[in-house]
Ligand binder design. Sequence first.
Ligand code: NAD
Length: 368
Amino acid sequence: MPSRRHFLHQAGLTTLALSLPFSDSIARALGQQEPKVLRVALMGLGSYASRVAEAMKDCSRAKLVGVISGTPSKIESWKEKYGLPAQNCYSYDNVDEIKNNKDIDAVYVITPNALHKEHTIALAKAGKHVICEKPMAINAQEGEEMIAACKAAGVQLLIGYRMHFEANTLDIIKKQRAGEFGKTLFFQGLSGFIIGDPSQWRLNRALSGGGAMMDIGVYSINGARYMLGEEPIWVTAQETKTDPIKFKEGIDETITFQMGFPSGATASCLSTYSLNYLDKFFLSGTKGFAEMQPSTGYGPIKAKTNSGPLEHTHVTHQTTQMDEMAAIILDGKQPLIPVDGEEGLKDMHIVDAIFKAVKTGQKVSIPK
Ligand code: NAD
């Protein structure tokens, strides 16, 4: 088979092509249109937005073109750092004007959880596709309103589920779906870190909607669903608290929870703000197992199965995520595991059920 270099040389394109991604260079050589690029503005310029912006430097299908922030000094420094034009920078007060901006396709909402609904709905009304961070909202009711608003506005709503594009995760999911582990009947998800500054929004219910569960417990919930490939039908849950001053009423420090699935599989999970290095998934089947530790951190993810370690090269999660999300929004690409609003809503229904189970001490059914 002729090599890539040989083919390009024959076409007299070596110099041009070697400086471009292969598919792009071929497309140009053949006079085809270059793939479209999703022009993204980030809303909320905190620590995660900074990580996303850095990762987007390596994207081929998504480009950072604007920002929305309540802090003028941050806008100035981001404008300079990322070469953003002044007309693509907004404050929360004038963000409605974004509807007149033809140079922004989508906005990535990276603000505190309890603001996701209000921000998503405003952006949908302004005609922009929305990528919203997890958890999509602070309860299922809000999630439903966000989905309805995006539907009514004819824009897409995606949730920032970066693990849905991570190579080890996808490999294990494919092996599970292919039956390599036999009948998978047990999942364990452990999600935790020791949270610092007691004054941060994550420990303020009005902004967070809850404690560790909203922040990291959702990884175990979501992970149980994609690793087992089923939707839970019931939950039970228990809360413990060692520091009621730091973790006030409505801010869960630690919740252990269990989920039951139609096949008879169960999941046993822990969500906590009081243990470090807790980031582990374990999937057990009649013929094998998969284990990931760390399983949802920024990587590299370490994964193995009963057949040995998985050896996928680490790629910055948010780079892959943003390129894949551009393909979903612009080309209608279907990801293996959905990242749409309905996917986020499923997690919110489970979070609602977990909080209800904690409160009542009862087993709680999850609405279909
Ligand atoms: P952060 O505190 O670092 O940033 C939050 C930003 O929101 C700040 O810039 C802040 O100024 C802004 N903001 C706007 N209105 C605010 C208000 N009324 N009160 C407080 N802040 C306000 O938080 P973060 O870690 O960047 O988290 C933001 C979102 O991103 C959360 O929903 C979180 O769950 C999510 N997140 C996701 C991941 C992931 O891996 N997918 C990782 C971290 C955070």
